[in-house]
Design a protein around this ligand. Structure first.
Ligand SMILES: Nc1ncnc2c1ncn2[C@@H]1O[C@H](COP(=O)(O)OP(=O)(O)OP(=O)(O)O)[C@@H](O)[C@H]1O
Ligand SMILES: [Mg+2]
Length: 316
């Protein structure tokens, strides 16, 4: 059983939970409001999620992770991640199985770099990453990481990254074909189920270019879920979407998180959708500067949210 953080007060009652969401979000004030005193550790290696959620299994741990990029042809380096500790020994506790974690912070702060480390798309320069108990370092082989990604991790990028010459159905079927676990009939059944879940049962034969931005993003989510990943990583999945589609996509993600207990790590610049998360981590200058623990995971309601946005515009 992992140990409690050394200097933790370790008591659930002493944790300050905050109600995240549009009524509470006003840009930079968010960072102050989100300052959380104490730890979410229950004292026995389990942690507090939003509402009644108890998080009792570690999914991802990062210890002393650093990432430095060498600039090609120049004797210059960029430090993208300075020292990331998201682990039992840190105030910023590990990403737990079934948790919905949102990453926020200023542009260039290291959010995408961190997501790429967690997803094994890129290797850390130093430090240790533990994914589902597996230790991953700079020396771990590419072929091992490729298998791990395919079987356990789903990715959703802001720009969808769908294959242009394949239909929505074929895009969703592809990861299952590559993994090679299901036969053709099983794959087809699952692709239909997934596209139905994201509300696209009548768009299966469409090419990406024949779909709206919100629809393409939903295909990307269905594709990321194809191999039943334990971990879903999303980089600004609502960045290019209007309000209606943002809410639709967030509602789908919350359903996946709650019904299938899939662990979600999502980057966003939109403070109003923090209310969907268990926890929000703020990254700045390659470091985790704060975390906020949500009181309860909740959905935005379209009409109420539009009223809120309109009132903000009228009275900035
Ligand atoms: N391949 C690369 N080579 C060199 N520097 C890089 C590379 N990728 C990222 N960086 C640098 O690392 C830092 C972190 O970048 P990152 O993309 O993680 O930021 P971000 O928080 O995702 O920003 P944004 O919100 O704008 O997407 C930035 O200073 C960026 O310029
Ligand atoms: Mg980014």
């Amino acid at each position: 059983m992992p140990s409690e953080p050394a200097n933790s007060n370790g008591v659930k009652d002493e944790i300050e939970l905050v109600g995240l969401g549009p009524e509470n979000s006003n840009g930079s004030a968010m960072l102050e409001r989100a300052d959380v005193e104490g730890y979410a550790c229950n004292g026995d290696g389990t942690y507090l999620g939003a509402g009644e959620k108890v998080l009792d299994e570690c999914a991802v741990e990062l210890e002393h992770i650093r990432k430095t990029y060498n600039l090609e042809g120049r004797d210059e380096q960029v430090v993208a991640l300075k020292e990331i500790n998201i682990c039992h020994e840190s105030e910023i506790y590990p990403i737990m199985k079934g948790e919905f974690l949102i990453l926020r912070g200023p542009s260039g702060g290291g959010k995408t770099t961190l997501l790429n480390m967690i997803g094994c798309i890129d290797n850390p320069t130093s430090g240790v990453l533990r994914l589902f108990g597996d230790k991953i370092t700079a020396e771990t082989s590419d072929s091992y990481l490729a298998k791990l990604r395919l079987a356990k991790i789903g990715f959703v990028f802001q720009t969808f990254n769908l294959l242009a010459t394949m239909s929505a159905f074929e895009n969703v079927e592809l990861p299952m074909t590559l993994l090679g676990v299901l036969n053709k009939k099983q794959r087809q059944k699952r692709a239909v189920e997934l596209l139905t879940t994201v509300g696209l049962w009548d768009r299966m034969d469409h090419l990406p270019s024949e779909l709206s931005g919100g629809e393409q993003q939903r295909v990307a989510i269905a594709r990321a879920l194809a191999n039943k990943p334990e971990l879903l990583l999303l980089d600004e999945p609502t960045g290019d979407l209007d309000t209606r589609n943002t809410i639709d996509v967030m509602d789908i993600l919350l359903d996946i998180n709650l019904k299938q207990r899939t662990t979600l790590v999502m980057v966003t610049h939109n403070p109003d959708i923090e209310c969907y998360a268990d926890r929000v981590l703020y990254l700045q200058d390659g470091q985790c500067v704060k975390q906020a623990l949500n009181e309860s995971q909740c959905r935005l309601e379209f009409t109420k949210y539009m009223d809120f946005l309109n009132s903000k515009q009228a009275d900035p």
